[in-house]
Design a binder for this molecule. Sequence first.
Ligand SMILES: [Zn+2]
Length: 298
Amino acid sequence: MLRHTRVAVSFVMLALMLVEGTRDANARSKLPDPINAGVAEKLYKLDCGHSLANDESVWTPGENVGRNIEFSSTCWLIKHGSAWLLWDTGVPEAALNDPRGWSTLPKLIVYHLDKSLIDQLAEIGLKPDDIGRVAISHTHGDHIGNVVLFPNSTIVMQQAEYSWIHSPNGPNDNVNQLMALARKLLGTPKNLQLIDGDTDVFGDGSVTLVSTPGHTPGHQSLLVHLKNSGFIMLSGDVVHLEGNFEKNIVPSLNTDKAKSIASMEEVRQLIATYKATFFINHDKSQTDKLKLLPAFYD
Ligand SMILES: [Zn+2]
């Protein structure tokens, strides 16, 4: 009798483990096969601005209080067959070469733009209408600043992000201010593709939007597969600095601390699974070392 019970219990546990395993696989089933994923041909880094903040501890709570910090802003351009995808759009072109700069939160951070996004595209012979898709990591102004320059492209973002910026204000003034700015900068795109979770953009595993909420409710990162460089994970703002990634530090402006930590953990697992290189958008010391358009990764 005891033996039967034990067998029955083991069987139930095995069944539960299988269900659990299936659920995990389904939840992430849009992620590419590490061995057989397709490839994009080229990945270009564009200079999309840089910024100076007067208190690093907003991004590293408890540390570096009152210290200045400089961040980079990057956009990335991907060539897949004859299709082009732009990842993030950077600081608004209106700020170009303006010594006063531009800000999302004036008391905290000022952005500068030295290079026009449109001019950088032109350097490799592209016009805005050549860019079929503009995917955005999230709706902060330093990422959607130039969405309006691509009126005929399809803007790809998470449904959760779109719903969030159109939801009523919460208790945090800074976050409310960022939401209002997001609505203004995003406007009403003619072609808007709202996605729900991980999304395989070209259907071959070469370019995958990965849901990484926490910085904002519908934040996403981008996993790109290249022939020679292998997998490259573009952070968005899932993390701002290498040190934060190592220590699971969450900026105070993030909308959800627990989800931010879970998303960093998720990215860590993906980096291991895909042996991916990780490019952190705002980490200036890392970004400055990377190739800049017209150079590219392939
Ligand atoms: Zn940002």
